[in-house]
Design a protein around this ligand. Structure first.
Ligand code: C2E
Ligand code: CA
Ligand code: CA
Length: 753
């Protein structure tokens, strides 16, 4: 750094003047001038790079003036030294002293002009003025005393010494001002910078005052010859730092409220007073001691009040910290809340050009069911345990948040790919242990979606991707995780396209119904028909219900579609009755989805459709999945209303959902449809075979009917019969049939009869 070089030259030159009488003292002013100019230029450049930081920009622009004023003062001294070889180098002529004074005054004025970070601006300015006065008076007294007593030789200088004392005092005030500013954190200025500037001001002020110390070395030498360069160098360090941190927001640190400065000043003056008093003796000493005691007492009293104040303010601070914590955290689990999560996501993305990061969304499967069935207290206890387990699975600097309800968020800073999915594996594993909540041992699982951050990612987009992945995970079956990729996006687009097509399909009569017989064992006589919906898209052909029913449920389209299915099936059943009388299928099964059961008017719609067709409600079987009713609440109420109409209820896919046998007590079911997966395993000694056996025993015990689904072979049918099953359904007996196929079968049957 060039300015360090200038300082080195100053020191060298200074030593040279001390030891080589041929060198005139005034040459020492030349490096000082150079350093002033250099600092002025550095300040000006610094002001320009401050950009949007208005406060810093103004500070550095104003600071350009100070070294220029100092330089003009130096020119004054130089001029005098050149024209007057007897110049002592200590005292300044009045214009020069005014220039130096102006430089310090402009420094102070600049600081006073800074916007305060706090509201109590006037208060603060007043306190600053008081502190400055205290220090000014103290420095003045000391300087006066030092110059008039310790260095009697200067007395010859006479009244010219006054400007020097004033300058030293002013300089120290300027320094103090910077210290104050850095402590209070005025206007968001960087503390290191303000402290460096304070140091610069102090060095400059002290520099002038040190001259009497070197007075004996050689007349005409001034300590300022070195200290001006030093001052400018320190200030240049501050400028340098300002340029480096330009654009980085200043940190907000708690501020210290009281300053030691006045006490140090009072103590120092008291010391001087005692010293002088002792020398004078007599009544003067007594008065001095009394004054010292008095000031000490007043100071003590004030310190006491300040300590008390500090204590109170700390308590307020603690309260405030608590409030801030509450605003950013979830009350129940004490995890971060959505606000904090989104904020931290934004921050992580802003700083992620070098670092990897991943975001995961975690949704508990079937939490609502637990909440509804066991009560909110149990649900809350469950969430607390889950929160603790999630925290166990991540490192300290990862963020776990509760985003609402049973949804959690995870911010994995620095992780991606397998590193991130390993965390998700740990989570899945941790949640597998039963959760003990208020006396219940609950099994929970969670679906997790993961998305990786990328350069210039938008937080909302990252969240959307994680959300998409989470839904994909849920669709693939519970308790899994999925990672976002472009494939998912295509999937989503295909779903959206299907959803749109579904909307028009109903109007365009693209749906048809087929009917699969439910038969009696062992003779295979038709006792009922299950209604199954089919969709033929004119442009793309057949679409299976496993594909479109979930989408229809999500979009709500299942409600009008279900209504159409219900009316069409009942009309069909009534027609079979009219045509075939006693030979017509006795029962008609209709699949009803969870979404339909939650629709408030659903039972009313069924009643209406029954009235319209005149079909006997006792012969209608509504097939619902366990999961739909396990959710409890409205769905269960609807079911009760249906039972009130006389309609029967079958629990579909029994054994694959929650399979809580307790459900059989709350849910008014008449029939269990034992899922195909149990039927498939029935031949061997597998777990499924054991369950199929247990299930028939349970249904018999509870006087329920059991229907075995998906029977594909004669052996299966035989085994089922042996186990006690009396009703079955499956390709072995018949595939789902169109109304025409049903009619031709029934026609044949009537002929045969
Ligand atoms: P589900 O209610 O369990 O219907 C039985 C499914 O098993 C039907 O498939 C049927 O064709 C098939 N199936 C019957 N016997 C056998 C067999 O021996 N082997 C095999 N491999 N499969 C057999 P489908 O028609 O594709 O329906 C699939 C699911 O879509 C249904 O499962 C049901 O959940 C839903 N679904 C179908 N129609 C409707 C409807 O009208 N409304 C509602 N809400 N859902 C429906
Ligand atoms: Ca069914
Ligand atoms: Ca089924």
């Amino acid at each position: 750094m060039a300015m360090a070089g200038v300082l080195a030259i100053s020191v060298g030159l200074f030593l040279l003047t001390v030891y080589v009488p041929a060198v005139p003292p005034w040459v020492n002013w030349l490096p000082s001038m150079a350093s002033c100019l250099m600092l002025a230029r550095a300040s000006w450049r610094t002001a320009k790079v401050c950009g949007r930081d208005r406060v810093a920009r103004r500070l550095w622009r104003d600071l350009t003036v100070v070294p220029l004023l100092v330089m003009l003062g130096v020119v004054g001294d130089l001029r005098r030294a050149v024209v007057d070889p007897t110049f002592d180098g200590v005292t300044h002529d009045i214009p020069t002293a005014v220039l130096y004074g102006l430089s310090i005054l402009s420094l102070i004025w600049m600081l006073v002009r800074l916007p305060t970070a706090q509201r109590r601006e006037i208060n603060h300015t007043a306190r600053f003025a008081l502190d400055a006065a205290t220090v000014g008076i103290t420095t003045g007294i000391f300087a006066w005393y030092a110059i008039t007593h310790a260095f009697g030789s200067v007395e010859a200088a006479g009244p010219n010494v006054v400007p020097m004392v004033v300058l030293a005092a002013l300089g120290l005030c300027g320094s103090l001002a910077f210290v104050k500013v850095s402590m209070i954190g005025m206007g968001g200025l960087d503390r290191v910078i303000t402290r460096l500037l304070a140091l610069a001001a102090a060095v400059g002020a002290a520099g002038g005052g040190l001259t009497p110390l070197i007075f004996d070395l050689r007349p005409g030498l001034s300590s300022s010859h070195v200290t001006i360069s030093a001052t400018m160098l320190v200030a240049a360090f501050a400028a340098d730092r300002q340029r480096r941190i330009a654009g980085v927001p200043p940190e907000v640190r708690p501020r210290r409220r009281s300053s030691l400065v006045p006490y140090v000043a009072v103590a120092a003056t008291d010391g001087l007073l005692l010293f002088v008093g002792t020398a004078a003796g007599g009544i003067f000493l007594v008065v001095a001691i009394a004054a010292v005691l008095l000031t000490a007492l007043v100071a003590l009293r004030q310190v006491h009040a300040l300590l008390e104040n500090d204590r109170l303010l700390r308590r307020v601070d603690a309260g405030q910290a608590q409030l801030a914590h509450r605003a950013n955290h979830d009350h129940l689990t004490d995890l971060a809340n959505r606000t904090l999560f989104e904020q931290r996501t934004r921050e992580a993305l802003a700083g992620s050009d070098r670092r990897a990061m991943s975001l995961a969304l975690i949704d508990l499967d079937d939490f609502k069911a637990i909440n509804d069935r066991l009560g909110h207290a149990v649900g809350d206890a469950l969430l607390v345990v889950v929160a603790a387990r999630l925290r166990e699975c991540v490192r300290g600097d990862d963020l776990v948040a509760r985003l609402g309800g049973d949804e959690f968020g995870l911010l994995l800073d620095g992780l991606r790919g397998t590193e991130a999915t390993e965390v998700l594996d740990r989570i899945t594993e941790a949640l597998r242990r039963p959760v003990h909540a208020l006396g219940y041992d609950l099994l929970v699982s969670a679906s997790v979606g993961l998305a990786e951050g990328w350069a210039d990612a938008e937080p909302q987009e990252l969240l959307r991707r994680a959300d998409l992945a989470m839904y994909a995970a849920k669709e693939r079956g519970k308790g899994r995780h999925a990672v976002y990729d472009a494939e998912l996006e295509k999937h989503q687009a295909a779903d959206a396209e299907l959803g749109a097509a579904l909307r028009t399909a109903l109007d365009n009569d693209e749906f048809t119904l087929v009917y699969q017989p439910i038969v009696r064992l062992p003779d295979g006589h038709w006792t009922g028909m299950e209604t199954l919906v089919r969709w033929h898209r004119p442009d793309r052909g057949f679409v299976g219900p496993d594909t479109f029913i979930p989408i229809a449920e999500r979009t709500g389209l299942i409600v009008p579609l279900g209504d159409w299915i219900l009316r069409t099936a009942l009309r069909q059943a009534a027609e079979w009755d009219r045509t075939y009388g006693a030979a017509a299928p006795r029962e008609i099964g209709i699949n009803v989805s969870a979404r339909q059961l939650r629709e408030p008017g659903f039972a009313g719609d069924v009643k209406e459709a029954l009235a319209e067709t005149g079909f006997d409600p006792e012969r209608v079987v509504v097939e619902v999945t366990e999961t739909a009713v396990f959710d409890g609440g409205v769905a269960l109420d609807t079911l009760q209303n249906l039972v009130g109409l006389g309609v029967k209820v079958a629990l579909d896919d029994f054994g694959t959902g929650h399979s809580s046998l307790g459900l059989l007590r709350t849910c008014p079911a008449d029939t269990l449809k034992v899922d195909k997966s149990f039927v498939d395993g029935i031949g061997g000694r597998s777990e499924e075979a054991v369950i199929a056996t247990a299930m028939i025993q349970i249904t018999n015990g509870l006087h329920l009917q059991a229907v075995a689904e998906g029977v594909e072979t004669a052996e299966q049918a035989e085994t089922l019969y042996r186990l006690g099953y009396r009703f079955a359904q499956g390709y072995h007996f018949s595939r789902p049939l169109s109304p025409q196929q049903v009619a031709s079968h029934l026609d044949g049957a009537t002929v045969a009869a």
